[in-house]
Design a binder for this molecule. Structure first.
Ligand code: IPM
Ligand code: MG
Length: 356
């Protein structure tokens, strides 16, 4: 029988700045090895974003990058930002590239899984008895709230409006509920409903969606200040945490430390058509760039999330995650965890070896 033509997926590659480009290169290598011997191919279309785009074009998100994403299945991003662009006007800051791509592609649903692997337990700052069953999915609303509300400033005053619509809350709530239904069926809404009107709207809308469409779910509400505390005192109790943009930003950095390092956590930002932007939650770390010591694990796990959520290649996603976990189990730990650990290329070699 003639062998079938492999499927081709279109992925926009966005290396970004500093270690962003270093860890991105690691993911590209792993994906190359993965596709060998499987019935799909990844056609990479590399584009500019962040400081690299500011240098080349004067803007952090060139139209060409957005256009490339429009026709693609997914995008894979390293990280953006750095001191070189600190004194630029607001419209030339690298981070704006990230905010614009999120808004431009409608990437409202940001998934940040926080799973503590047993081999890494000793790197967590928490005592072992607090670390039983740490497996939280943070679902962060990504295109609303104070990040995108009306903003202005004069010499003595400034304002960032936090605005949410019922529609925006409903769609991210449905996404979070779908995920919770496939997990432990528990959803915690993180808000500040004792103070904020937007939070009171969130509570009302989330309650209504759950009652009408997901009655099997166990829903609880938690104020964000208390949630910050409970994440440290009883992290194992949470299943899916749903929250607005700014709270999700803060809570997810806090949660990452449960796993020992910011360098370990991947993320996915999805829109209605399942297009996703996949990136590690860490930044571009200019202080360690160019030394070959960046931790590529979060980026590799982001590539695995891409395979699963946007390309539907679950078996390949499992293989990549298993390879990463295998490295951890064999003590192949990046420099942020082990000062004598291997560098980016050696870790990538080890991951590729376990894929081949
Ligand atoms: C993140 C980052 C971004 C955010 C910054 C770089 C704009 O912290 O993805 O968590 O605040 O969303
Ligand atoms: Mg953040």
């Amino acid at each position: 029988m003639a062998s079938k033509e492999p499927k081709h997926y279109r992925v926009v590659g966005l290396p970004g700045d500093y270690i962003g480009a270093e860890v991105y290169a690691a993911a590209v290598r792993a994906l190359e090895v993965l596709t060998q011997g499987r019935d799909f191919r990844i056609d990479l279309d590399e584009q500019l974003i962040g400081g690299a785009a500011v240098d080349a074009t004067g803007e952090p998100l060139p139209q060409a990058t957005l256009d490339a994403c429009e026709g693609a299945d997914a995008a894979l991003l390293g990280a953006v930002g750095g001191p070189d662009w600190d004194d630029r006007p607001a419209e030339q800051r690298p981070e704006l590239g990230l905010l614009k791509i999120r808004a431009g592609l409608g990437l409202f649903c940001n998934l940040r899984p926080v799973v503590l692997h047993p081999a890494l337990q000793r790197f967590s700052p928490l005592k072992p008895d607090r670390l039983v069953n740490v497996d939280v999915m943070i679902v962060r609303e990504l295109t609303g709230g104070s990040y995108f509300g009306n903003k202005w400033r004069n010499a003595n005053e400034a304002e960032d409006v936090c605005r949410y619509t019922r529609f925006e809350i409903e769609r991210v709530t449905r996404a979070a509920c779908d995920i919770a239904m496939k997990r432990d069926r528990r959803l915690t809404l993180i808000d500040k409903a004792n103070v904020l009107e937007t939070s009171r709207l969130w509570r009302e809308v989330v309650r209504a969606v759950v009652d009408a469409e997901f009655p099997e779910l166990d829903l609880e509400f938690l104020y964000v200040d208390a949630a910050a505390m409970h994440l440290l005192s009883r992290p194992g109790d949470f299943d899916v945490m749903l929250t607005e943009n700014m709270f999700g930003d803060i809570i997810s950095d806090e949660a990452s430390m449960l796993c020992g390092s910011l360098g370990l956590l991947p993320s996915a930002s999805l829109n209605e058509r399942r297009f996703g932007l996949y990136e590690p939650i860490h930044g571009s770390a200019p202080d360690i760039a160019g030394k070959g010591i960046a931790n590529p694990y979060a980026m590799l796990l982001s590539a695995a999330m891409m395979l699963r959520h946007s390309l539907g290649e679950d078996e390949a996603a499992d293989a990549l995650e298993t390879a990463v976990h295998g490295c951890w189990e064999d003590g192949i730990l990046s420099r942020d965890l082990d000062p004598d650990g291997p560098g980016t290329d050696e870790i990538t070699d080890e991951v590729c070896k376990r894929l081949g």
